[in-house]
Design a protein around this ligand. Structure first.
Ligand SMILES: Nc1ncnc2c1ncn2[C@@H]1O[C@H](COP(=O)(O)OP(=O)(O)OP(=O)(O)O)[C@@H](O)[C@H]1O
Ligand SMILES: [Mg+2]
Length: 377
């Protein structure tokens, strides 16, 4: 269990109707899996963990959550570990003994403690361990539990990587035969990669889950947050001001919350100052700079052009501009390689043939404010 996830958060805007709608769709048995995507920091994870999973628990489901981005070198381990956490202690003990982890580590009466989880990850991570066999084993234990399971796979695009293809095939096969009782939600921020996972006939997840945009937070979320703020603030924020700030922050819940926090702490300075401060900090933060510095010059140059709405990246005029930025001749290969790297790192997403967009709107904004890259910069 990640710490903090289970504590009540007064600032959480809950969406019970949306959670119920997802579960009802499963009840109708139209599909046993769904895929959802939305840009970064739009509230996918918070919804899945704080709304959907608790609702599933009240409906009698076992729940398992895994964020594959946190464990992208071994999504296999992350998935099996998450499934183990969904088990009752007895089932977990049986599973661990199969893995030859000393059973004495698991007290049959205790819930799986953090240390056991850690040792399980270590055990599964060992070279030579058959993680596919471990998957089958943990699912067998889940079969015994006689409850349906909701499996949430966050940042699922990691599984699309070629290295994980065998495991992904095994996962699909194992879950396909359990459709009746195991429901899966895939989530991710890269629509392109998720689409590739579900739409390409050669991929293990082909046609498995319908993919749809995650409904974004909007006016109701703003109203809720402003009202809560006003119950504590001496200087009230108007709904109008709240909406304006939300728009200015690209309707990104995370940034809006930072604005609210700043406003609360520095009330005498007022709304405009809080917004200016938030924009400066989110659109120019150190994280962006660190990310920028780690990139190859060609990748930076391509991002610079994309951030400015340059669409024809392969035209000779663009290649010439790239050449100036890089201080050496740029070819179609330069562009092609950079795009491939940026796609693989999910910095950009491909909306259509030749149509790319920077995933993180805040990062795009930050790039727009930078000077044009130069050979020695
Ligand atoms: N329902 C909500 N109520 C209140 N705040 C929210 C809500 N959803 C998201 N937020 C705020 O936005 C932040 C980002 O949300 P979250 O991590 O769920 O986004 P995400 O879409 O999963 O992003 P990423 O793609 O980067 O993982 C949260 O930490 C929280 O501050
Ligand atoms: Mg997330």
């Amino acid at each position: 269990m990640r710490t903090g996830e289970n504590l009540p958060d007064p600032w959480h805007f809950s969406r019970p109707e949306l959670a119920k709608a997802y579960l009802q769709a499963f009840d109708l048995k139209l599909s046993a899996a769904r895929g959802l995507f939305a840009r970064r920091r739009m509230g996918k994870t918070e919804f899945l963990r704080r709304d959907l999973m608790p609702e599933a628990v009240t409906k009698g489901y076992l729940t398992a959550y895994t964020n594959l981005w946190d464990n992208r070198t071994s999504p296999e381990t992350a998935l099996v570990t998450a499934l183990t956490e969904a088990l009752e202690p007895k089932g977990a003990a049986a599973f661990l003994s199969k893995l030859r982890t000393p059973v004495k580590k698991v007290k049959a009466s205790a819930k799986l403690a953090g240390s056991v989880e850690g040792s399980l990850e270590a055990e599964l991570g060992k070279p030579g361990v058959d993680r596919t066999a471990a998957l089958h084993e943990v699912l067998k234990q889940i079969d015994r539990a006689k409850k349906p399971l909701l499996l949430v796979i966050d940042e699922a695009q990691v599984l699309a990587g070629a290295d994980h293809s065998d495991f992904a095939h095994a996962l699909r096969a194992a879950l396909d035969i359990r459709k009746e009782r195991v429901k899966v939600i895939f989530a991710g921020s890269s629509e392109t990669t998720l689409r590739a996972m579900f739409a390409r006939a050669s991929e293990p997840f082909y046609n498995w889950a319908p993919l749809e945009p995650f409904p974004l937070l909007g006016d109701e979320f703003v109203a809720f947050t402003v009202e809560l703020l006003n119950s504590m603030a001496r200087k009230k924020l108007t709904l109008e001001q709240g909406r304006h700030a939300f728009d200015e922050l690209h309707r990104t819940p995370e940034f809006f919350k930072r604005f609210i926090e700043r406003y609360m702490l520095y009330q005498p300075q007022g709304e405009a100052a809080a917004l200016a401060y938030t924009k400066a900090s989110v659109f120019s933060d150190e994280h962006s700079l660190a990310q920028w510095r780690e990139m190859k010059p060609a990748d930076r140059a391509i991002l610079y052009l994309l951030a400015r709405g340059e669409s024809d990246l392969h035209s000779s005029a663009t290649l010439e501009r790239l050449g100036t930025m890089l201080g050496k001749t740029a070819t179609r290969n330069t562009t092609g390689h950079a795009l491939r790297r940026l796609l693989a790192a999910t910095v950009i997403t491909r909306l259509a043939m030749g149509d790319y967009r920077i995933e993180d709107e805040a990062f795009a904004d930050w790039i727009r404010k930078r000077p044009e890259p130069a050979p020695d910069a």
